[in-house]
Design a protein around this ligand. Structure first.
Ligand code: MD3
Ligand code: FE
Length: 213
């Protein structure tokens, strides 16, 4: 339990220097974001990618925008094309970039122009172990994360892997913006608990918008 956080105003909470939780920021756009996910997955279906170490990720992923994040035996990389279909990653739905740009501005990062959106889909039991996002060339741009569907426990670590992560619930419609001194913070998602969300049923989605190039 984190009574300190529950007591806070979640509408604009600075988690760490440069990192802002914007609780419910994307609630009004949630339906448009979910429609966007449907369009994207019709062209580039969700798939469980393989880690460089040969394990299958529990989170299913797809991408949209000019650059898409992938992992395989060959490592982590951004590609122009979906390796499964051979086609360019689908266009980024207007609503994705628009919400991300507004969220970044609210957190103090002007003129954020993402060229990559990783779409993560969690089923109960799926998790994302502690990691840094460091495959992007330009680390001066922030990262915007938009949560949809079932709530999840966000693991919020430090600047080294050794720090024990704090835990924070992310809910449907929440936005988190990470930039400046928080850009390389270790983070992850704990094992997703089962549930039945009014809009997404048994699933959680996360959109991670980045400037990759
Ligand atoms: C903190 N996704 O795809 S979003 C990822 O909910 C990823 O699917 C999670 O981590 C998810 O790489 C967490 C929150 C997040 C995203 C990027 C960050 C937190 C971050 C970058 C730096 C620091
Ligand atoms: Fe990440």
């Amino acid at each position: 339990m984190q009574p300190d956080l529950f007591a806070e105003d979640r509408s604009r909470l600075e988690l760490d220097p440069g990192a802002f939780l914007l609780g419910g920021f994307a609630l009004e756009e949630a339906a448009a974001l979910l429609e966007g996910i449907e369009v994207v997955q019709a062209a580039s279906p969700f798939r469980q990618m393989e880690t460089p170490g040969g394990r299958s990720m529990s989170v299913a992923m797809t991408n949209c925008g000019p650059a898409g994040w992938t992992t395989s035996r060959r490592g982590y990389r951004y590609t122009d094309r979906d390796p499964e279909t051979g086609a360019l990653w689908p266009a980024m739905p207007k609503a994705f970039a628009e919400v991300a740009r507004r969220a970044a501005a609210e957190a103090g990062y002007a003129a954020f122009e993402p060229d990559a959106c990783l779409v993560n889909r969690y089923e109960p039991g799926a998790r994302l172990s502690l990691h840094q996002d460091r495959d992007e060339v330009d680390k001066s741009a922030p990262i915007v994360s938009l949560s949809l569907g079932l709530p999840a426990v966000f693991l919020w670590g430090g600047q080294t892997r050794r720090e024990r992560p704090r835990r924070l619930m992310l809910h449907h419609g929440d936005a988190v913006v990470w930039g400046g001194p928080s850009r390389l913070t270790f983070h992850g998602i704990d094992i997703l608990a089962s549930g039945d969300h009014a809009v997404t049923g048994p699933l959680r989605y996360n959109l991670t918008l980045r400037k990759a190039r």
